[in-house]
Design a protein around this ligand. Structure first.
Ligand code: PMP
Length: 338
């Protein structure tokens, strides 16, 4: 098999059984490992779809510039699409994102504008506002806007959902995913619920995000919004790609529980994955412990790769500084003598 370009290698990622971490849970727990995509995350799927839909609609023209606000992974997918198709890229990112993510985007030829994290979305300095301003200022530029661009969820409706249905031979009973833009949860959920309306969906949210409270009360509560560390999930806005009718339950996971579970995925399952994967697995297992029955099949989506978090959750010192690591590990001679 010879591929015509890197973008043809997107999708068809493997589904792997959780062995040690799912001990004691009735039913089966599987993870879909999205770092096998060429940009090392599931966002490759929606990035190429947003670009190709814009080309078809005549919004993105030859020689154009793609401008997007991204937590890193969408940027990588867009950058790969841009390289393959000859576009320029400028990305705006919040300064809480890991340095690795910024460096990776620069490595594939993108320009990156770093913006402050702790400002409101409508503040002119926010990464949303800066992306919109660049789009207005730069001629022949395209702003995909992954939050409200429904090609995002559609990519998962057309690829992630059918892959899960096929790989589980239609036996999936529960689908769990972190919710950021909502595309991977809601596009996949729509496809799965169309095949079997009894499929239960569990959205993973963070403390500091509005989703869970909004689902449960219909109230957009600004008191729910405060800074948190986990990257990629939770929001202070309600993106159009989040269709609350497709998400049956929300579970909130702390930064610490997510970080600890991320490291366990690497060390106990050999899954060297990103931080939001720890959120998804921690939250999904919490739900599974109480609710899964013999014969049930839960699939959890693991969005990205661990390299992007080497300076954070995989760094013992960083973990200790945040109070996330309590066990003693020996990393220097001084640790051993003292
Ligand atoms: N995890 C990571 C690492 C991400 O980059 C994203 C995308 N924001 C998500 C989870 C959430 O995915 P979605 O945007 O499809 O809701």
């Amino acid at each position: 098999m010879i591929y015509n370009s890197i973008i043809e290698t997107i999708g068809n990622t493997p589904m792997i059984r959780l062995n040690k971490l799912a001990k004691g849970i009735k039913g089966e727990v599987l993870v879909k490992v999205e770092y096998f995509n060429p940009g090392n995350s599931m966002k490759d799927r929606m990035a190429i779809k947003m670009v190709e839909d814009a080309e078809k609609a005549g919004i993105l023209k030859p020689g154009g510039t793609i401008i997007e606000g991204t937590s890193g992974n969408t940027g990588m997918g867009l950058a790969l699409a841009a390289v393959a198709k000859g576009y320029k890229c400028i990305f705006t990112m919040a300064d809480k994102q890991s340095k690795e993510k910024i460096d990776i985007l620069k490595a594939v030829g993108a320009e990156v504008v770093v913006c402050p994290t702790n400002v409101t979305p409508d503040d002119p300095r926010s990464y949303y506002s800066v992306a919109r301003k660049l789009n207005a200022d730069i001629p022949n530029s395209f702003y995909p806007n992954q939050y409200d661009n429904l090609s995002n969820a559609l990519a998962h409706y057309e690829t992630t959902g059918p892959e899960i249905w096929k790989d589980t031979e239609g036996k999936i009973t529960h689908y769990a995913a972190g919710v950021g833009t909502g595309g991977s949860m809601c596009g996949t959920a729509k496809y799965l619920k169309e095949q079997n309306p009894d499929v239960v969906t569990v959205g993973i949210d963070t403390y500091g995000s509005v989703f869970k409270k909004y689902k449960e009360t219909g109230i957009f509560d600004e008191k729910e919004i405060y800074p948190y560390l986990t990257e990629g999930i939770g929001e202070d806005i309600l993106p159009k790609n989040v269709d609350f009718s497709l998400i049956d339950h929300f579970i909130k996971v702390t930064d610490k529980d997510a970080a600890v579970m991320t490291r366990r995925l690497a060390r106990e399952e050999g899954l060297f994955v990103g931080w939001s994967c720890g959120s998804a697995v921690h939250g999904a297992l919490e739900y599974a412990k109480e609710n899964l029955k013999e014969g049930d099949v839960m699939v959890i989506i693991l969005p990205d790769h661990g390299t992007r978090y080497l300076g954070k959750v995989y760094n013992d010192e960083w973990m200790r500084n945040h109070g996330f690591l309590e066990d003693k590990t020996y990393s220097t001679a001084r640790d051993i003598i003292s």
